[in-house]
Design a binder for this molecule. Structure first.
Ligand code: NAD
Ligand code: GLY
Length: 358
């Protein structure tokens, strides 16, 4: 079992990573405060892990809210079901919500906790690789609107993150690969040594090797914890974690959130951002090719859906990082050095959109 501390503004919490954590009172009851819990989960994860989690919380009052599965249910309407469950079971301010599932469940449970009675505590128990390396850490919570992804939300840090690596054994291989896109992202933005390591251990990661996955999760969380520790509310540095996400969110919106998984869209987005970085002379073409080769080996898509350059440009302008009408993008000033910029020439962006989306 490994632990990492996150310090985000005035909040401090521990990420625990390891096998057999769900179901173990030393890992769960000891790290989840309070007596009253609403476990927010979904209809896929509940049959796999809900009873196990209950066993890890002896003597607690544990109720469950089982949501439908899928990004399309990450909505205000679904959120109401969580509030209904909280009120039906008469939970008050000392209740602790537990998010048991992937990033969709984690974002919704965290947002519900941020809002219910103006804020109750919550704990993340992530069960996808993507959630274990990214979404469960850092306190971004929220839901989608028809106009775009994560457009309503709050920063609300969890009280603890408990990442049980055994849960990855039941994860569909495609979901594991989508999680690897975010792992590769960390290497690209700030740690070439980690990128070297991922290249060496990729087969082990794809084969769900426990030691390799644990190391990938720990190194990813360490990077995320450092960045969030420096810039919890994304006034600057934290935006680098969105490498590939601006293009990726546009791709997800254009394809209706159903065709591609979030991590797959991020993989495509990273290639767009790397391409733009090359066109403006910040990144060697060989470095962009290296990212492409790694994503290909990881079984991630590398060919962007042809949604049209104009539609892509329009969707980019919906990004939350747009300031004064300018689309700020995370680019690579060399491999391992991400920068946030709106100073790229528009014709270079236009060329990327034409080549990859038209
Ligand atoms: P997800 O939550 O949809 O989970 C993927 C699928 O795996 C779902 O069908 C789920 O039911 C299933 N599943 C989960 N755990 C399982 C297990 N152990 N065994 C079998 N099946 C399992 O998707 P995700 O990739 O985990 O998360 C994507 C979401 O996370 C997106 O909504 C994205 O916006 C959000 N996100 C948030 C942040 C953040 O900082 N808050 C960061 C990155 C992504
Ligand atoms: N996934 C981006 C962030 O947490 O800031």
């Amino acid at each position: 079992m490994r632990t990492l501390d996150v310090e985000a503004g005035p909040t401090r919490y521990t990420i625990t990573i390891g096998p057999a954590l769900i179901g173990d009172p030393h890992a769960c009851a000891a790290r989840i405060p309070g007596r009253d819990h609403l476990v927010v989960t979904n209809e896929t994860v509940a049959p796999l892990y809900l009873d196990k989690l209950r066993a890890g919380l002896p003597g607690r009052r544990v109720q469950a809210c089982v949501l439908p599965d899928g990004e399309r249910f990450k909505t205000l309407a679904t959120l109401e079901r969580v509030f209904d469950a909280l009120t039906a079971h008469r939970f008050n301010r000392d209740a602790v919500v537990i998010a048991l599932g992937g990033g969709v469940v984690g974002d919704m449970a965290g947002f519900a906790a941020a809002c219910y009675q103006r804020g109750v505590g919550y704990v993340q128990v992530p069960t996808t690789l993507l959630a274990q390396v990214d979404s469960s850490v850092g306190g971004k919570t929220g839901v989608n609107l028809p106009a775009g992804k994560n457009l309503v939300g709050a920063f609300h840090q969890p009280l603890a993150v408990i990442a049980d690596t055994d849960t990855l054994a039941t994860l569909p291989p495609r979901e594991l690969r989508a999680g690897l896109a975010e792992v590769i992202k960390y290497g690209c933005i700030c740690d070439v040594g980690f990128l070297d390591w991922i290249e060496t251990r990729l087969e082990a990661l794809l084969a769900c090797d426990a030691a390799a996955l644990t190391e990938a999760i720990e190194r990813s969380c360490a990077i995320k914890a450092r960045v969030v520790g420096e810039d919890e509310r994304e006034h600057g540095l934290r935006a680098i974690l969105n490498f590939g996400h601006t293009f990726g969110h546009a791709i997800e919106a254009a394809t209706g959130y159903e065709t591609l998984l979030h991590g797959e869209a991020v993989a495509l987005g990273m290639l767009c951002a790397a391409d733009l970085s090359c066109r403006i002379g910040m990144l060697e073409p060989a470095a962009a090719a290296r990212i492409g080769a790694l994503l290909t080996r990881a079984g991630l898509p590398t060919v962007t859906p042809r949604i049209g350059a104009a539609r892509a440009a329009e969707l980019l302008r919906l990004d939350k990082k747009v300031l004064a009408g300018k689309v700020r993008l995370v680019l690579l000033d060399g491999l391992g050095r991400a920068v946030v910029s709106d100073a790229y020439p528009q014709d270079a962006l236009g060329a990327v959109l034409e080549e990859r989306f038209a």
